[in-house]
Design a protein around this ligand. Structure first.
Ligand code: PLP
Length: 395
């Protein structure tokens, strides 16, 4: 079934912010919303019907990432999954008197970064933010060196949302196993493009969000390996085996499972197609826009992800100029839109502020065509020139 777009005339190149809903996810949710409204905590037939739908959805998603059903928790967003992972493990360590130190990186999404900072500032945890190289990658040896006797968790993202760089998660996971430290990865950007297997990745906790893989918004996933010490940061009833209290969004979970099936069927083929398209886009931008730099790793990056900085350009003005031309793109992370400061992720990669302010993220999706990329390449140089000219007038 083709994906449904609200407006075919516009070209959507911001799939890292969110993806359109797959038609089959929409269908599954509509059926569930109308036929299966019971509360999954109720014992009567309506409740049991909801539980059956939820169990099936959980099984589908768990199998897709190599987990057991009981290890998968539905949440309301990728942000919530990251919050639960960091706080849940940190609180369990505090309760058991098992250490006080977290390790993460300088390029995490705010959902990890701000959570780690709050654990440091309000709960007296110590946090090490590891540096990255100019491609945005963290060195596994730095992780090894940062782990202390009192380290309770290492959290390193799988794929960066701003620059697309993939981290050596499997290797870092192996180091954490060897040192007996729990390991979390924020895999929110990955499921539509990379096959995930929690065992092969050596992770104890993994976060994802359905709206990044053609599922609905408002549904997050959190894998918590069996027997991982965890204290629920949200308190309430016993939903989700007590790990995430709150009435479960059953239609959302059903939509997430349908989306997971949808991506699993075509991921490899799409990843190969998109990587070719992405490379053509990168070559085209670097060849036709003066003072342009690719950000992120040239090869070890998401297959749909192209990101750049342009010297003496305001990223938001460029985004708006492209929007006027009919192209939806991103600048840095969607969550920081409206923030004129250069992205901390780009600064951590050593990019100078006058370049970092002109960042642009183009993220392709399953329906992106060659013709759309060609059309984008045609308008971009003109838009950059226009924004540069406007900025030159101001200063
Ligand atoms: C890497 C990463 N982690 C976490 C999130 C937060 O996910 P959500 O928007 O579902 O809260 C995002 C969203 O862009 C992301 O890209």
């Amino acid at each position: 079934m083709p994906l449904q777009f609200m407006d075919r005339a516009r070209v959507y190149l911001d799939h890292a912010a969110t993806t359109p809903l797959a038609a089959e996810a929409l269908g599954a949710m509509q059926r569930c919303l109308s036929d299966c409204f019971g509360n999954a905590s109720s014992l009567h037939t309506f409740g049991r019907q909801a539980v059956a739908a939820l169990d099936e959805a959980r099984m589908t998603v768990a199998c897709a990432i190599g987990a057991r059903s009981a290890e998968l928790v539905f949440t309301a967003s990728g942000t919530e999954s990251n919050n639960l992972a960091l706080r849940g493990v940190a609180f369990a360590a505090r309760k058991r008197g098992r250490g006080n130190h977290l390790v993460t990186t300088a390029v995490e999404h705010q959902a990890v970064e701000a959570t780690a900072r709050q654990l440091r500032d309000l709960f007296d945890f110590e946090v090490t933010f590891l540096p990255v190289d100019s491609t945005g990658q963290v060195d596994p040896d730095d992780v090894r060196r940062a782990i202390r006797r009192d380290t309770v968790l290492v959290s390193v993202m799988l794929a960066n949302n701003e620059v697309g760089t993939l981290q050596p998660v499997r290797e870092i996971g192996a180091i954490c196993r060897e040192r007996g430290v729990l390991f979390h990865t924020d895999a929110v950007q990955a499921p539509a493009y990379l096959e995930l297997d929690v065992k092969a990745l050596n992770v104890d906790l993994l976060s994802a969000a359905a709206h990044k893989f053609y599922g609905p918004k408002g549904v997050g996933l959190l894998y918590i390996r069996e027997n991982t010490p965890y204290v629920p940061p949200i308190t309430g009833g016993g939903h989700e085996r007590g790990k995430r209290p709150g009435t479960v969004n059953v239609p959302g979970a059903v939509g997430a499972a349908a989306a997971m099936r949808f991506v699993a069927r075509q991921r490899d083929e799409q990843a190969a197609r998109l990587a070719r398209l992405r490379d053509r886009l990168i070559e085209g931008v670097l060849a036709n826009v003066p003072d342009a730099q690719l950000t992120g790793h040239p090869q070890q990056r998401l297959p749909n992800h192209a990101s750049f900085v342009f010297k003496n350009v305001d990223g938001e003005s460029l985004l708006m100029a492209l929007d006027v031309e009919g192209f939806a793109v991103g600048t840095g992370s969607a969550c920081s839109t409206g923030n004129p400061e250069p992205s901390p992720v780009l600064l951590a990669m050593g990019i100078a502020p006058e370049w970092a302010l002109g960042s642009l993220r183009i993220t392709l999706g399953y329906r992106t065509t060659d013709a759309e990329v060609d059309a984008f390449l045609e308008v971009l140089p003109r838009c950059v020139a226009q924004v540069r000219a406007a900025l030159a007038e101001v200063y």
